[in-house]
Design a protein around this ligand. Structure first.
Ligand code: ATP
Ligand code: MG
Length: 252
């Protein structure tokens, strides 16, 4: 379980806030989608969960304990992180990229290799072919899959995914969304998934947290939010794509 209690973050000593008074919970096995436009505080929120950024105020719990009393390195290894943009190490092979956390943990080579191969199978990249290759020789979608495998390597209890499919074309993205849903069903991880894409949020989320200018506008199941938007901002956000779809239907 992940819990944020009245969390705020200011990078300028309190003049402006990237995240303001944010409270939410993510249940075990749940996929919570943080949805909001550029600069609304999504990445800052994710990074506070695994202590890449320290909050200015408020408290964060992961697995029942305040993150401040947990060892930052241990905490980060217990949480898989898929970075915004691709973020693979260019000088490491696919196999080395996937098993980098295990190497940091000092696990033996044979074990690292077996785990990397198992994960390559899981994400649909045949290990004999892809294991020795380097990121530059992979398509964007394949690199993104490696990023997901790397985040899963140490079998973390939760996964933080920062716009993992943001840079991909619509068809590749569609396939990866489907794979993520199926993976989630099989692995039962708790996932916080960041996106600015409304359709992606509706498709993936158990619940959506809509953020705007650092604040939480609404949190709820997709059908609840669509049926009863809590603020004018949320109403407008979901109405726009609905209008576009309607206009498209009228044209055809
Ligand atoms: N290290 C930093 N120093 C100063 N300001 C920062 C820092 N990191 C983020 N900010 C500011 O905090 C706000 C929120 O940034 P954040 O990266 O969380 O947004 P985001 O929702 O992830 O946006 P995007 O969709 O573009 O990735 C922005 O105004 C950003 O400029
Ligand atoms: Mg971001």
């Amino acid at each position: 379980m992940i819990r944020l209690e009245a969390v705020s973050k200011s990078f300028d000593g309190g003049e402006t806030y990237a995240v303001r008074d944010l409270s939410l919970r993510v249940a075990p096995g749940e996929m919570l989608v943080l949805l909001g436009s550029s600069g609304c505080g999504k990445t800052t929120t994710l990074k506070m969960i695994n202590r890449l950024i320290e909050p200015t105020a408020g408290a964060i719990e992961v697995g029942g304990a305040d993150v401040r009393v947990q060892d930052a390195i241990q905490l980060r290894r217990s949480i898989g992180y898929v970075f915004q943009g691709i973020g693979l190490f260019p000088h490491m092979s696919v196999e080395e990229n996937i098993s980098v956390v295990l190497r940091l943990e000092g696990r033996p080579k044979g074990e690292r290799r077996n785990r990397a191969r198992e994960l390559m199978e899981l994400i649909g990249l045949p290990p004999d072919d892809f294991g020795p290759r380097y990121p530059a020789g992979l398509s964007g979608g394949q690199q993104q899959r490696v990023g997901v495998a790397r985040a899963l390597a140490a079998d973390p209890r939760c996964l933080l995914m920062d716009e993992p499919f943001g840079a991909l074309d619509a068809i590749t993205r569609d396939g990866l969304q489907e794979e993520l849903l199926s993976l989630k069903g099989r692995l039962g991880k708790t996932i916080v998934f960041v996106t600015h894409d409304i359709f992606e949020a509706l498709r993936l989320a158990d619940r959506i947290a809509v953020m705007h200018a650092g604040r939480l506008e609404q949190i709820g199941r997709p059908d609840e939010i669509l049926r009863a938007p809590a603020t004018a901002f949320v109403k407008e956000l979901f109405e726009r794509p609905a209008r576009q779809l309607a206009a498209f239907r009228d044209r055809n």
